[in-house]
Design a binder for this molecule. Structure first.
Ligand code: ADP
Length: 499
């Protein structure tokens, strides 16, 4: 096909890789072991760069730096206004380097460059401005205790935060983690995903250019079982925040409890329903459901990956969803007008193709796609299944790829029960003009976010997180601050209780 042929010419990314070392105590350094690992271009599977491979010893070095920066350094002691100004300068530098950051993000991850440059890097700057705004508005309360006591609460930073992030939105995940932790005065050891280490290192340099004191943010590239596990089980880390799979989330919680009971927040998997009601304008519903699933190559924890469609509009919906998927423009993410690039790596690519085969074998109807695109890299055809049943694996597991599964329903009670019949509870989409239907569904669905006539609205002001096995805690918005604060009650006896 034309699309497959176009993939043969790989566009040269408009950026150079400047940083491949670990960022510890404000300096770029090699791994203690001297080891490196290759980070790959998902368009070809070729090596972009060799990156320092941090493991336990490097995490120990990073924790020492973060500990010192917290226990003795200026960061938690400077005025909140000064912290805020550093974050604002950082946001300005992000804007100044917008295209360079975006190009690294796309090269390492495979997402369309226009999306990186016009949406994600601007969001990155916005996130840090949001948290810069919080820094000097975090404070405790006075409490009317019983008896003759003056009672205050102090909201203090927790200390050293360990943060482990995934590869699907390397920069946004970094910002949702660093933003609140920094605003509250913590110091940090952050591990990027082994698939996408590059953009964080550039951004880490800019943070220091903005005036961040050394040791406050340490960035360790490396693998989960070594560097990641070392963070989760470290005795000198006070809190761990993780975004990734539910299986690894369980490991993090276990390692945290077996070590020092550090507090844990988890953003995990999902299998989110997108519910198209009988009153839907089918064209609009198809477009939104398509976006809900295919955005970011289908690599979103909150992807609308169970498309429930009312039987009255089902046939028309399936026809149009199929046509929309066939029209999706897949290609080199550096080319303009591209909606979908390659999947992030060969492991994800193979896993998705296995699920597609599973769908066919279990009797779902393959309407579109179903195979890889081209002969190199990790491109997958936009795929649509109809006649999907709840007990099929493709309706239960997180596929994390461009595979839409369409299920038919008859009435609201039924779709509520089926939508909630999942071990996950991250998000849901509802498409209807009927206010009662919207209200009823948004109250009945056991999920952390309900999007009504919209999807993936992820402003930093809106809290995000999961019910059930989709996670513990909330990120973003005002709710994220409590993840990075300790509350201290200070109780003072009053000599003269009258006044
Ligand atoms: P995905 O399946 O999307 O790659 P993972 O949960 O495997 O998601 O990975 C998310 C992050 O968790 C990555 O930074 C990865 O290196 C890290 N990770 C993976 N395994 C472990 C582990 N055993 N302990 C700590 N971190 C881990």
């Amino acid at each position: 096909s034309a699309a497959a042929a176009a993939l043969e010419n790989t566009i040269t990314p408009p950026v150079k890789v400047e940083h491949t070392q670990l960022l510890i105590n404000g300096k770029f350094v090699d791994a203690a072991s001297g080891k490196t690992f290759p980070t790959l271009d998902p368009r070809t599977g070729e090596v972009i760069a060799q990156v320092a491979e941090g493991d336990k010893e490097d995490v120990n070095r990073a924790v020492l730096a973060a500990r010192k920066a917290f226990d003795e350094g200026p960061w938690p002691r400077m005025t909140a206004y000064e912290r805020s100004r550093i974050l604002l300068r950082f946001a300005d530098l992000i804007e100044k380097h917008n295209d360079e950051i975006a190009a690294l993000e796309t090269w390492d991850n495979g997402k369309p460059y226009e999306q990186s440059a016009q949406l994600e890097v601007p969001m990155l700057a916005r996130v840090f401005r949001y948290y810069a705004g919080w820094a000097d508005k975090i404070h405790g309360m006075t409490v009317p205790g019983d008896g003759s006591h003056h009672v205050q609460t102090l909201h203090e930073p927790i200390g050293v935060a360990g943060q482990i992030i995934p590869w699907n939105f390397p920069l946004l995940m970094l910002s949702w983690k660093l933003g609140p932790a920094l605003a509250c005065g913590n110091t940090i050891v952050l591990k990027t995903a082994e698939q996408t280490p590059l953009s964080a290192l550039l951004v880490g340099r800019l943070l220091h250019e903005a005036g961040l004191p050394e040791g406050v943010v340490n960035i360790v590239s490396g693998f989960g079982a070594t560097a990641g596990a070392a963070i989760a089980s470290h005795m000198d880390i006070d809190k761990v925040a993780f975004t990734g799979s539910t299986d690894v989330g369980k490991i993090i919680l276990k390692l945290a409890s077996e070590s020092n009971l550090k507090s844990v927040t988890l953003e995990l998997g999902g299998k989110s329903p997108f519910i198209v009601c009988e009153d839907a304008d089918v064209d609009q519903a198809v477009e939104l459901a398509h976006f809900a699933l295919f955005f970011n190559q289908g690599q979103c924890c909150c992807a609308g990956s169970r498309t429930f469609v009312h039987e009255k509009v089902y046939d028309e919906f399936v026809e149009k969803a199929k046509a929309r998927a066939i029209n999706r423009s897949v290609g080199d993410p550096f080319k303009s007008g591209i909606e979908q690039g390659p999947q992030v790596d060969s492991e994800q690519f193979k896993k998705i193709l296995k699920y597609i085969k599973h769908g066919v074998d279990s009797g779902a109807t393959l309407q579109a796609g179903g195979d890889r695109l081209g002969s190199k890299g990790y491109y997958i055809q936009p795929t649509v299944f109809s006649d999907v049943k709840d007990d099929m694996l493709i309706a239960q597991d997180e596929i994390f790829g461009p595979v839409q599964t369409i299920l038919k329903f008859k009435d609201l009670d039924e779709v509520i029960a089926r939508a909630n019949n999942s071990r996950y509870g991250l998000a849901a989409g509802v498409f209807t003009q009927n206010l009662d239907t919207a209200n009823r569904l948004s109250r009945a669905l056991r999920v952390g976010t309900v999007w009504i006539n919209c999807y993936d609205v992820l402003d930093i002001t809106i809290p995000f997180g999961g019910y059930k096995m989709s996670g513990i805690g909330r990120e973003k918005g005002i709710y994220s601050l409590s993840n990075y604060l300790q509350v201290k009650a200070v109780v003072t006896a009053l000599k003269n209780p009258a006044w």
